[in-house]
Design a protein around this ligand. Structure first.
Ligand code: MV4
Length: 495
């Protein structure tokens, strides 16, 4: 087992990984940029190494600095977290070349799944359902012919892309020339690679992903699904497991397809197979594979009872994963809400500032993974996610109620958050009915911020509570004759 692990990441995921290390008796090394020198993940680690300036490319994306920090601190292994270099095959290979263990899949698996066109061809060969489409198209007439065969609407996607970048929906053949050119320009700009593929567009699809886990001895299992359809512009907001859309038979079929997909690239460690699911036809199609641990992994942990980061570390150290598929099951219902410092009333623009007040909810079945505490500065350098709020309940209805209560108890002052927005989603009948597709927020959800009384009115109400001798309190119900009222104490002490 490893003696020391360097976590090549920041924020909540760095703390989450370090917690697992500590539970396994492994020392931890944090890395930090100029902007993170007082960050919680730095204080939580046994050691910390400064790796560069605030901008990610000079710090958390600087592979040489990260590997040098691991070697200098005599770490045995590197955990990449998610984002940053977690799906960078060259970084994984460089870590292994430096005689360190990369806690994740092999560089070959990352490479094989990094190109959407190649991964799709490989999936087709492995018998994994893929969306009808065409890859490797060169001339515009190739696109035109393929699109006519598939039938509109179609999606034009960047082969080197993912997460929706460079993706264009084409509803009619007249729009094809312009959309193909735009997709090509966007792909070249975003990925330096303008290869495209086209697919039949599955309108109002659900985004359902399956967690897979493999060890280095060829044993692969799935840890069931996560429904991630509550998204806005490809940013997930609310995730849950089990999916309200799946029947046991569909779950079995998709789980088997997920394992086939992982086996096709000799996968080991934690990975996620993304599917789109058409609830009208009850059909599912492989979208892509995420060769890393995901933000939303905690809901799988609570539904299966497994600590995914513990098992990532133990598998990376060569242990066998001890459970067979029929020994794994889902229990209860788990939901995750991502608390973002952003303003839904202002086109979700990031909100920066000092966390004047930050109080996390607590209670049975409530978990908060966060990298912030009161007094911290929320900056524009990194992802605006403040925390992940995860709840686990006996049923979906109880989990929703638990989440609504926990969100009400989550206190954040100093930045604007999306908490009210998520409360409105959770309260919507379509969410309760499991009818939210990936297009629901854009097409069906009209949200206006709750009308808050002006801040001055809170001041006035508080002041009115302080009964000044000889004047009548303005607050109805305050019992003047109550000698034990906290507002009557002569000392001036106030709760
Ligand atoms: C699709 C699709 C429907 N039909 N492909 C989104 C980014 C990447 N993961 C692939 N994605 C999709 N591919 C076909 N053939 C629906 C999505 C999709 C999506 C599309 C538009 C807006 C939001 C979306 C969220 C998740 C998935």
């Amino acid at each position: 087992m490893f003696n020391k692990i360097l976590v090549a990441n920041r924020g909540e995921i760095a703390i989450r990984v370090m917690r697992a290390c500590k539970e396994l008796g492994i020392k931890t090394v944090a890395v930090y940029s100029d902007a993170d020198k007082n960050a919680l993940h730095v204080q939580y680690a046994d050691e910390a190494v400064h790796i560069g300036a605030a901008s990610p490319k000079e710090s958390y994306l600087n592979a040489d600095a990260l590997i040098r920090a691991a070697l200098d601190s005599k770490a045995d292994a590197v955990h990449p977290g998610y984002g940053f270099l977690s799906e960078n095959a060259s970084f994984a290979a460089a870590v292994e070349s430096a005689k360190l263990t990369f806690i994740g899949p092999s560089a070959d698996s990352i490479r094989a799944m990094g190109d959407k066109a190649e991964s799709k061809i490989r999936m087709k060969k492995a018998g994994v359902p893929t969306v009808p489409g065409a890859e490797g198209l060169e001339s515009f007439s190739d696109f035109e012919k393929a699109a006519d065969e598939i039938g509109y609407p179609i999606l034009v996607k960047a082969s080197a892309g993912g997460g929706g970048k460079g993706m264009r929906i084409v509803w009619d053949s007249d729009d094809l020339p312009e959309e193909v050119d735009a997709a090509r320009r966007e792909a070249l700009h975003a990925f330096g690679d303008d290869r495209l593929l086209i697919e039949k567009y599955v309108a109002d699809a659900h985004h359902i992903e399956f967690q897979v886990f493999g060890d280095k001895h060829g044993h692969l299992v799935h840890l069931f699904e996560r429904e991630c359809s509550v998204q806005r512009r490809h940013q997930k907001i609310i995730e849950e497991t089990p999916s309200p859309s799946l029947t046991p038979e569909l779950r079995k079929q998709m789980g088997e397809a997920a394992i086939k997909a992982a086996r096709a690239v000799n996968y080991y460690n934690a990975g996620t197979i993304e599917f789109i699911f058409d609830p009208l036809l009850s059909t599912f199609y492989f979208l892509e594979m995420n060769t890393r641990l995901q933000v939303e992994h905690p809901i799988t942990e609570h539904a299966t009872g497994l600590d995914l980061v513990h098992w990532q570390i133990r598998i990376a150290a060569g242990e066998h994963f001890p459970y067979q598929q029929d020994q794994l099951s889902q229990r209860g219902h788990a939901i995750e809400c991502r608390i973002y410092a952003e303003d839904p009333a202002n086109n979700f623009l990031p909100s920066t500032g000092k966390l004047l007040q930050y109080i996390e909810p607590r209670g049975p079945g409530i978990r908060v993974d966060s990298g912030f505490r009161a007094g911290d500065e929320v900056t524009h350098f990194y992802d605006p996610m403040l925390a992940k709020l995860i709840v686990h309940g006996e049923s979906r209805e109880l989990a929703i109620q638990k989440m609504q209560t926990a969100l009400r108890d989550f206190v954040v002052h100093g930045v604007v958050t999306n908490i009210d927005f998520m409360q409105a989603v959770l309260a919507h009948p379509d969410f309760a009915d499991g009818k939210v597709s990936t297009r629901w927020i854009e097409n069906n959800f009209n949200w206006t911020p709750p009308v808050e009384p002006p801040f001055e009115s809170f001041i006035a109400a508080s002041l009115a509570d302080i009964v000044v001798p000889g004047t009548k309190s303005q607050v109805p119900g305050l019992n003047e004759s109550d000698p034990y009222s906290p507002w009557k104490t002569p000392s001036g002490f106030r709760n």
